[in-house]
Design a protein. Structure first.
Length: 114
């Protein structure tokens, strides 16, 4: 009898825990719905971005090289550099690996040369 009474109490706690879990899930759904209603609506077709008058912007593919470091007698600290720019490189040929190598870093094999 004592065993049966103990398992009944454990069963009651499981039912209570299940109700708590269901209540938390319903509360989370209601809270999410309220937050979703507060969000602005999606943009209208008139509000969508438009293509520039000159047509689509194209990618510029060029080799760049950094500006020279300023020469000074003292040590140059990082906060003194400000913005180091770059300029178009004098040679625009893309660097290629040597013929007969794989082209990978540390590949060491003959690659497709054979």
């Amino acid at each position: 009898m004592d065993m049966a009474a103990g398992s009944g109490a454990a069963g009651l706690w499981l039912v209570v825990a299940a109700f708590v879990v269901v209540a938390v899930l319903i509360g989370a759904f209601v809270l999410g719905s309220r937050l979703k209603r507060r969000e602005p609506p999606p943009p209208l077709p008139e509000e969508q971005p438009r293509m520039p008058d000159g047509g689509p912007v194209r990618e510029v593919l060029e080799n760049r090289e950094p500006e020279e470091m300023p020469r000074s007698d003292g040590r140059t600290l990082p906060h003194e550099l400000r913005h180091q720019g770059s300029r178009t490189a004098s040679g625009q040929d893309r660097p290629r690996w040597d013929e007969g190598t794989s082209g990978s870093f540390g590949g060491g094999g003959p690659g497709g040369a054979r």
